[in-house]
Design a protein around this ligand. Structure first.
Ligand SMILES: [Zn+2]
Length: 133
């Protein structure tokens, strides 16, 4: 694609800072893509979308008071367990933690609360293992 399918003007590969708004909060994100030089239409490939997906997902998580992908990963590593182990203990399917940590899916609120309690040492991993099957 070298010309805009809408106005037929030239399109260029570039990166622009755009404002993303969620629940009255805004962040500036740099979005790469193909930009039309005339009608200002933007064409985003899956790769372009992937580059901003994580940042947007974590921005939403912070506003909704959910642990971010990095925080979730940090707490899991604190327990010295793999994503697969975590998925087995806490449920959600074998790839659950992979999905949470790559922002494909947001973890459930109960899991989020549990991880916060683990992180603040209010619940030990032994406590959890003693009741989990
Ligand atoms: Zn155009």
């Amino acid at each position: 694609m070298t010309n805009c399918p809408i106005c037929n003007a030239k399109i260029v590969n570039k990166s622009e800072v755009t404002t993303y708004t969620y629940k009255d909060h805004s962040i500036e994100i740099e979005q790469s893509g193909k930009y039309c030089t005339k009608c200002e239409e933007v064409f985003l490939s899956p790769k372009d979308l992937k580059s901003t997906k994580l940042k947007i997902a974590n921005f939403k998580r912070e506003i909704d008071h959910f642990l971010t992908t990095d925080e979730l990963k940090r707490i899991r590593k604190k327990l010295h367990i793999t994503q697969q182990d975590a998925s087995q203990i806490f449920g959600g399917g074998i790839r659950a933690f992979h999905k949470y940590e790559t922002a494909e899916v947001t973890q459930s609120k109960p899991l989020d609360i549990l991880f916060r309690l683990i992180d603040s040492d209010k619940i030990s991993f032994d406590d959890i293992k003693s009741v989990a099957i």
